[in-house]
Design a protein around this ligand. Sequence first.
Ligand code: FAD
Length: 441
Amino acid sequence: MKEQSLKVAVIGAGMAGLLAARELKREGHRVIVFEKTSRLGGTWVYDPRVETDPLGLDPSRKIVHSSMYSSLRVNLPRRLMGFLDYPFLKKQDGDTREFPGHREVLRYLEDFARDFWLVELIRFEHEVVRVERVNGVSHEWIVEWRTREGESEEEEVFEAVIVCNGHHTEPRIAEFPVLYYATGMDTWPGVQIHSHNYRTPEPFKNKIVVLIGNGPSAHDILREISSVAKEVHQALRASDVHFKKLENRNNIWQHPVIERTDEDGKVIFQDGSFVCADIIIHCTGYKYHFPFLRTNGIVNVDDNCVGPLYKHVFPPYLAPWLSFVGLPYRAVPTLIIELQSRWLAKVLSGKLALPCEEEMASSVEELYQHMNESGRPKHHTHQLQQNKFDYENWLVNQLGLPPLEDWREQLYFYALKKIPSDAGDDYRDWDTWDINQWIQE
Ligand code: FAD
């Protein structure tokens, strides 16, 4: 491909959309960012509202985009969250903690957008409702949107589309890992919410709560609600879990997964332990969801894996004209998002080449096969926690950048080990975070 400047649509002005826009702009492409809300920052824009269906099962509910809870602080040190050439620095008038709160991340993104002149590329209150190839031609895409006020629908043709719509709005409830219907939760009489709709602990005061999940949000929410709730019972999927009260905590118990729920309010766990609960909170993660995307089955979401995608970015038979940024999760996605953006911008401008379609498709097949052989379900495809650095280094290599500094990996795994598996003190406040010991500038 010879070097070229394309007309590119970016869907979403969260972290992924902003980084993609910056890299595309740097490569000389003509960029328009469509953002359905009136602000940039995506999930980092805290919204105190919750959805009309707190479990997120009703497809016609009014969606609140952000999943932030009021007290949220980043779960890994800010040094790991900053962009390569735009560090997440402490500002005197800001939140100077090593693990700052969500407002500080939003401010960082706002500063970034201002400093790189990205705001003028964004069409706010433009919700994309359809992305489809023009007459099956892969490098001509119709992007159709509606604006909030008039709800009018308009469309425009682009040469490439980058999907950056985030993936924290569609709760995973009714399928694995929570057998919502099979365990009778659909007729359970208590209150149920998904962590997407958790904001503050007050509604849990003096309640008996069952919390399902074991991810970073589950730990935060467990710690927070246990300070006001009467009892909190955490249901976990790990194989070595058995019923126990947590040491040094007088109101938290751990259980294996839920076996069934009864119409009298009882929640029965797999080991036979049970509790009569008031509230179940599902901290069970999210589903990928692209309601606007029409590719005639070329890209699908199957068992919560978006595919086929070469290196989590390009669908082999639509590359490079359609791409996805930010799908990997549980991985501090920031650097991944930045490297993916740089890669795709250079591929679109013709400075970097992709393998042929067949080669990309067989690389994806190999990945699926490898996962299958090692007993990993397909829905773990984009979960890069352990392989994060292999993936980042692969992208760095493609881009011809110097290898990533060793401190990144060391600090990441050090921090992961510190995240407690119970509801102890907040590891973020420990003063052992002498981050400088990791960095040789
Ligand atoms: P989003 O931030 O969700 O942005 C997507 C944007 O697309 C939104 O602005 C949305 O309005 C817009 N949009 C969606 N659909 C459309 C449409 N049809 N048309 C137009 N616009 C649309 N990461 C970390 O690195 N550290 C952390 O500590 C951390 N903590 C987290 C805690 C929580 C509770 C959550 C939910 C996530 C956390 N993350 C964390 C991950 C976080 O998601 C990423 O850091 C990053 O912000 C993802 O950016 P994104 O642009 O992919 O998605």
